[in-house]
Structures are given as C-alpha cells and as structure tokens.
Design a protein around this ligand. Structure first.
Ligand code: ATP
Ligand code: MG
Length: 441
C-alpha cells in the first residue's frame, strides 16, 4: 500500500477523551473513530488488525474441532422469555419493537438461539459431541462504556457453544477450548493467564477467565508470576488425545490464578512464594464456562440416549472479545512513541520509508524494494509522500509496524539502507538486497 493512497487519518494531539494508552493510540493511529458512546467505526488499519485477530481465533477454533456458523445480531424475544433471561438481563439488553409490535432484541450473547438451532436439528446421542461457534457483533448497553473498544456497547465476540451427552463429554469440550485459548492468545504474541472465575449472569459451575495482566485492566486478579514463563506454543497438541489435552489443562491449573471473587488470601500466601505473587489488574480477553443443562432444560434441547431414554444436553459456552483484543494487545505492547505490533497481528509487516521522495535515486530504490516486497507477498506500507523525515519516522513508530526499511540519499551513495526493528529499536545498515532477503525470508 502506498501511504499517499492510504486512508490513515492520524492525529498529532492525544484526544482529551481517551483515558488509557490503548484508546489514545488507537485514535492517534487512525484505527477507529467513535460513532457514538461505546460504538466505533473501524478504519482501514484498525480493520486489518481486527481481521487478523479474527482469523487467528477462527483457525484455532477450527483446529479444536469447532464449526463456524453465523447467527443474526437481531433476535426474537420469545426464546429469551423461555430461558428466563428476558427479564434477568435488565437494562444491558437493547430491546427493539418491529413494525408488527413484535419484541426483538440486539443479541448480547447467543445461548438461547444456538440451543434452539440444536433443538430443532439434533435428536440422538449419536450426533454428539458438537461445537458450533460464530464471530458476530454483540450489543450490551453497558452502564459505563469506556476505554474505547475495550468496553464498548457494540463489540465483536467469538462465541462457541458445546453440546455433549454428559458431564465428562462437556469437560472434554471445555478442555479443548481451554487449550485452544492458550494457543490463540499466544499466537497473537500475548500472555493470557487462565484464572478461576465466577460464571456471572450466564450461570455455571466451571469457569475460567483468560486475563492479560495490565495496570489499566478492569479485573482485580491474583496469580503466580511463574505463569509468565510458561511456553504455550512449544509443543503441538492433538485434540483427539483427551488425556494429553487434560495434561495441558492440569499443567496450567496447578499454579494459583484467580479473579477477585474466587480469591482466598490464605491459599494464595500458602501456595505462592512472596516474590512470585502478583496482585494487580488484568484485562479479560476470554471466558469459558460449563453450565450443564441450564438452557437445554427450559428450551427442550434433548437427545435420545443409548438405552432409549431422553436427556437434556450438557452445554458450555466460550467467548473471546475479538474487538477488545487490539486494545489489550496495545496495552501490553507499546512504548512512549506508539504501538509495537506483534508480527502475527501487525497491519503491515514493513514500513518502507523514502527519506527523499522526488529524488530520482531514492524513488528508484524504493520502487524496486516495494515491487520485490509485494511480489514476495510481504505486506508493506510504502511512505512515498513528500514529507519531512521526522514526520515519517514519528508516524511509522506510532503505527508500530514490526520492521522499518529506511532509504535515504546518503545511504544509497554508500550502497546501504537502514533496517530497524520497532520492538528493540535496533538499527542496522545493510545493503538493500540483504535487507530484502531478510524481510522476505
Ligand atoms: P466483562 O466482565 O468484561 O463485562 P463479561 O464477563 O460480561 O465481560 P462475557 O459474557 O464473558 O463477558 O463475554 C466474553 C468476552 O467478550 C469477554 O471475555 C470480553 O473479552 C468480551 N467483552 C465482554 N463485554 C465486552 C464489552 N463491553 N466490550 C468489549 N468486549 C467485551
Ligand atoms: Mg466474562
């Protein structure tokens, strides 16, 4: 992408309404614009990041055996009356009346609807287990939408639902999601710690929140810092091997990690040596629950059993805050100059900076580099504008692309360009060919 063509409305000043650094940087880097309280438009660079995050989530869901569907954002109130949540959900639910006076709502979550789909499609225990997920916008009329997309009213969530014949089956599904979540966040370059949690208004018995440690987080958490050294992606996982999956879950649940409602000071102090105790804030990026027959009973999602009987299916639900993720990543990965994108979610891999656009040599070298990078399918943002170098450096640092390839007249005379790593700040002077070889490797 040529910077001169790219819609990237960056801001010089930090907007006064943004309290936390991720919100400030997302606005300054032209990723999102507020449409109304807690509701955002995603601009090209923000949307690219969102789609990369969504794709990692999708791949790991599929890998774990879940199948993607797409349910609507607008739902009928009827099912919610059957489950009893139409009244329970209160003011967080956006209620709408259609032209025929029918009560509708903008879905805050999808347990009811997926249970209804299951009820009308599956009859026998032989058709289980199943995991169905979608990645769809939700609406919750939060009392205090804040911190930009971190706590929006409209937000993108991945929600998966598992259906099993009994608790053991449901536990196996829960374990798969537990491991899939570890992998999902690690692939995004994040350390998300699974913490024992209350299951909240959705209700349930077994529940973990996946939390990214950050001072600006809204959850109060207690955990063993040793988690931060755990290697998640080191070994692959065979989801068919329930014993192995259980081992991974066991490994990640032996260390103390709990949100405040589950915290027990005596156990914490007993189990975790003082130097390793973390008591601070965290951002909830995912949440997994087992809730048994809470929805299948009232909504009549039953299957026939092996002995000819009938039973309500055991369910779990598994959410990831997809649109919260860019903010959580920025909270965990930035410096005073701007964002530092982990490679896997970066909007572009390389920022190619032409220090003297209009100079024949610089233009020729940059055009050549740009063509080669594009040819090798390396996502490149080519700053071809006639702007001062300082402006280009500041913007490229702000938007946080992993690599900067800096081409200037002085270097070219000596046969070199600069290759800068955004994360470490290290700069190397190398020939253009060797820089390209590195970036396209
Ligand atoms: P929270 O405690 O942050 O209000 P929740 O427990 O109500 O979240 P869940 O129902 O577990 O949320 O939703 C699954 C995931 O969706 C959460 O882990 C979180 O990452 C994300 N999420 C929830 N509410 C919001 C929101 N208002 N804006 C952005 N993401 C959200
Ligand atoms: Mg939650």
């Amino acid at each position: 992408m040529r910077r001169s063509h790219y819609f990237l409305p960056t801001l010089k000043e930090t907007p006064a309404e943004a309290e936390v650094v991720s919100h400030q940087l997302m606005l300054r880097a032209g990723m999102v614009r507020q449409a109304s309280a807690g509701i955002y438009s995603w601009l090209p660079m923000g949307y690219t990041v969102l789609k990369k995050i969504e794709q990692i989530v999708r791949e790991e869901q599929n890998e774990a055996g879940a199948q993607e569907v797409l349910m609507p954002t607008i739902q009928s109130a009827d099912l919610w009356k059957q489950s009893g949540r139409y009244d329970d959900y209160g003011k967080e639910m956006l209620r709408i009346e259609d032209r025929h006076g029918r009560e509708m709502l903008y879905g805050p979550t999808n347990e009811e609807l997926i249970t209804e789909i299951f009820r009308t499609s599956v009859r026998s225990y032989r058709d289980l287990p199943r995991m169905l997920y979608h990645i769809q916008w939700k609406f919750r009329d939060e009392v205090r939408p804040r911190f930009g997309v971190m706590r929006g009213r409209e937000f993108l969530m991945k929600d998966n639902y598992s259906f099993d014949v009994d608790f053991d089956g449901a536990k196996a599904a829960y374990n798969k999601m537990f491991v899939a979540y570890l992998r999902t966040f690690a692939r995004m370059g994040m350390k998300a710690i699974p913490m024992e949690a209350e299951s909240g208004p959705i209700g349930g018995d077994m529940s973990h929140e996946f939390i990214v440690l950050a001072d600006t987080g809204e959850s109060e958490v207690f955990c063993d810092r040793e988690f931060l050294d755990y290697d998640v992606l080191g070994s692959g996982v065979d989801y068919e091997d329930a014993g192995r999956v259980q081992d991974v879950v066991d490994h990640f649940t032996t260390l103390y990690a709990r949100t405040d409602d589950k915290h027990d000071a005596a156990e914490f102090e007993g189990q975790v040596p003082e130097a390793r105790r973390y008591h601070g804030r965290g951002i909830e990026v995912g949440h997994i629950f087992y809730f048994g027959t809470k929805y299948s009973e009232p909504l009549g999602a039953k299957v026939t059993t092996q002995d000819g009987g009938e039973m309500a299916v055991h369910m779990g639900s598994y959410g990831i805050g997809v649109s919260r993720m860019p903010a959580a990543i920025i909270e965990a990965s930035h410096d005073e100059k701007g964002i530092i994108w982990p490679e896997a979610v970066a909007p572009f891999h390389v920022g190619l900076i032409n220090l003297r656009a209009g100079d024949a040599d610089c233009d020729a070298a940059c055009e050549d580099a740009y063509a080669k990078l594009c040819g090798a399918r390396v996502d490149t943002l080519y700053d071809d504008r006639e702007e001062r170098p300082g402006v280009k450096f500041a913007e490229t640092d702000l938007i946080g692309l992993p690599w900067q390839l800096i081409v200037g007249p002085r270097g070219l005379k000596a046969g070199t360009v600069e290759l800068k790593c955004r994360a470490t700040g290290e700069t190397e002077e190398v020939s253009l060919d060797s820089a390209l070889a590195r970036l396209t490797a």
